[in-house]
Design a protein around this ligand. Structure first.
Ligand code: B12
Ligand code: SF4
Length: 520
């Protein structure tokens, strides 16, 4: 739903995996199905006749689409090796193989860069089974392998086509860039930390600047989970950009406590062109923050908003709507949202495979339809009847939207749209007309009634409150044997520590870490 209105962004992960495949000596093409049609893909297959096709599956809601694509590819080219990688794909590898019924030859769990070359080299050879992260119908190979150096492969942007289609809101067109990878926090609803084993890696300031220098677009989305956790890194990249006289408009995402702690680096980036910032506040009360293990407070959240206003960055806030919200709760949130000048977004609490809430909440799932796992649908029982819940949700989203598209807002938006139109960019203009088509009570409710072609595999019944580390992580966390489990600030700094012992439970690896304590 988000990509129908607000954005369409370049597939940075695919571009990085593609760069690694090209570096290993393969001929590579990339087709982005956010832009192109399936018929274009089939035509491309006939023209290019590839030996292998890799599909990227970052979003759980896209699972049925990816399985059906794999089946179409196999139907068009029976001998082509079809593999799937990406964030969500990594957490549900076995069930993908099962749903694929022979159309998905393997799932490659974890980061793509370090292993894609090994996979392509091993095609048709028994050593395929030894590729790190591989999962096939015959079982799992060794643990996924992490990239040792973020600078090694620059995204293969040259393989992209129709780049003018990438945008986010008024940043039209917009490119994406990555300065760091991973997150040392451990919010219960999020899988960013479980994917990367709570590690945190940085590109060198020189490489970050070089990558940015190669980008033609004026606008850039910084995809880091939490931008500028280490202020000195942000300053160093900024200085490199100044040296090279690179001037762009930026959008980034960060945490309220990081903004409060590292105000100077954000103010510096404001001068470099930082325009928009996304803050995941998630809740407006202490109880909610605690439930999400956000390790922040309402006081810090308020302070962060004050800082953003002071430095002049436009903020979009995210709040998580809980399925047990009733009319009163929605009204309180609407009231609160109208008291702040920032853009406020609501997403619906959703247990995803790879999160802790998947283990603690998923027995209550009301649906096993992957397509509804987009944090805009309710997949847990709602206190209000479902249709009534969507009425409240959509009404709240409408109120929040109108707040920004009042008379003045419309005037501003029209002026921006005209300017972009003159440059041939139409993404933002189209966005203005789409809201009510997409955020629509009857559409959201009817989505629950669609026939389910592929049903999700629910997790095993779970008795204690926290799962085993081995069940949760894609790249297992590293611990420093001498000092015990790495605390978040340590984890954020070290890349040389040893692997966590097999079967280590989260309570020993993660509870020991108090990210906010060390850094905040
Ligand atoms: C940037 C980002 C966004 C951007 C846009 C991303 C984009 N280009 O489309 C924005 C802010 C717009 C966004 C939106 C949303 N996002 Co988002 N996003 C991210 C974030 C923070 C980083 C993704 C990224 O670019 N990473 C950098 C690249 C290099 O990594 P990568 O893409 O993962 O690729 C690597 C591997 O996955 C793998 N790989 C990827 N593809 C392939 C393919 C093959 C063949 C192989 C072998 C390997 C491979 O190799 C790559 C290199 O190592 C992730 C969190 C995370 N850390 O992953 C969440 C995340 C992916 N988003 C998430 C969600 C929920 C959403 C939204 C649904 C939220 C919403 N508000 O509605 C929307 C939906 C957007 C949509 N397209 O429909 C969830 C996904 C949950 C799930 N299990 O489905 C994540 C995991 C965040 C979380 N907190 O849990 N997102
Ligand atoms: S701070 Fe929390 S929500 Fe944000 S990326 Fe890290 S674990 Fe996920």
């Amino acid at each position: 739903m988000y990509s129908e209105i607000y954005l369409r962004l370049e597939p940075l992960g695919v571009e990085r995996a593609a760069a690694a495949a090209a570096a290993a000596g393969h001929q590579v093409r990339l087709i982005d199905l956010q832009i192109f049609k399936q018929s274009d893909l089939i035509r491309e297959l006939e023209d290019f006749r590839p030996q292998a096709v890799g599909l990227s599956l970052n979003y759980l809601a896209n699972v049925p689409e990816v399985i059906n694509l794999a089946k179409s590819i196999k139907a068009a080219r029976r001998d082509c090796y079809v593999f799937v990688g990406g964030h969500s794909g990594s957490f549900i590898a076995d069930e993908l193989i099962e749903h694929g019924a022979g159309a998905i030859d393997c799932v490659l769990r974890g980061e793509g860069e370090a292993v894609i070359g090994l996979l392509l080299e091993a095609l048709g050879d028994p050593k395929l089974a030894a590729v790190p992260g591989i999962v096939t119908a015959s079982g799992r190979g060794p643990a996924p392998m992490m990239l040792d150096d973020l600078d090694r492969f620059f995204p293969a942007r040259y393989l992209g086509r129709r780049r003018h289609k990438y945008f986010i809101g008024v940043l039209d067109p917009c490119a994406s860039v990555e300065f760091t990878r991973g997150c040392p926090w451990d919010c219960s609803f999020c899988s960013a930390w479980t994917f990367y084993g709570r590690s945190y890696r940085k590109s060198t300031p020189e490489a970050a600047a070089e990558d940015l220098a190669s980008i033609k677009e004026r606008n850039v989305f910084i995809v880091d989970d939490v931008a500028f956790i280490h202020p000195e890194h942000g300053f160093a990249i900024g200085r490199e950009l100044e040296k090279r006289k690179i001037k762009k408009n930026y959008y980034l995402e960060t945490r309220a406590d990081v903004l409060c702690r590292n105000k100077e680096v954000f103010a510096y980036w404001r001068r470099l062109g930082l325009e928009y910032m996304f803050l995941g506040l998630e809740a407006i009360d202490e109880e909610g923050l605690k439930a999400h293990r956000k390790r922040s407070s309402t006081g810090v959240n308020t302070k962060a908003l004050e800082i953003a206003r002071e430095i002049g960055v436009c903020v979009a806030i995210n709040l998580i709507a809980e399925p047990d919200w009733d009319e009163r709760r929605f009204a309180i949130v609407r009231e609160w949202a109208l008291t702040v000048p920032e853009v406020v977004h609501l997403t619906v609490a959703t247990p995803y495979p790879g999160t802790e809430t998947w283990f603690t909440e998923s027995r209550r799932l009301t649906t096993l339809d992957y397509r509804l796992f987009d944090i805009q649908h309710a997949v847990l029982p709602t206190r209000l009847p479902l249709q009534r819940f969507y009425e409240e949700l959509v009404n709240t989203q409408n109120v929040l939207n109108r707040k920004h598209l009042g008379l003045q807002g419309l005037k501003d938006a029209s002026a921006i749209a005209v300017k972009l139109l003159m440059r041939g960019q139409t993404n933002f203009l189209k966005m203005l007309f789409k809201f009510s088509q997409v955020y629509n009570v009857s559409r959201q409710y009817q989505d629950h009634l669609r026939e389910v072609q592929y049903a999700m595999r629910p997790p095993r019944p779970y008795s204690t409150s926290r799962p085993e580390a081995s069940e949760l992580y894609i790249h297992p966390p590293k611990v420093n044997r001498a000092n015990g489990p790495a605390s978040a600030p340590d984890a954020a700094n070290s890349s040389q520590a040893e692997m966590a012992p097999e079967g280590t439970t989260l309570s020993s690896t993660v509870n020991a870490a108090e990210p906010a304590g060390g850094n905040a």
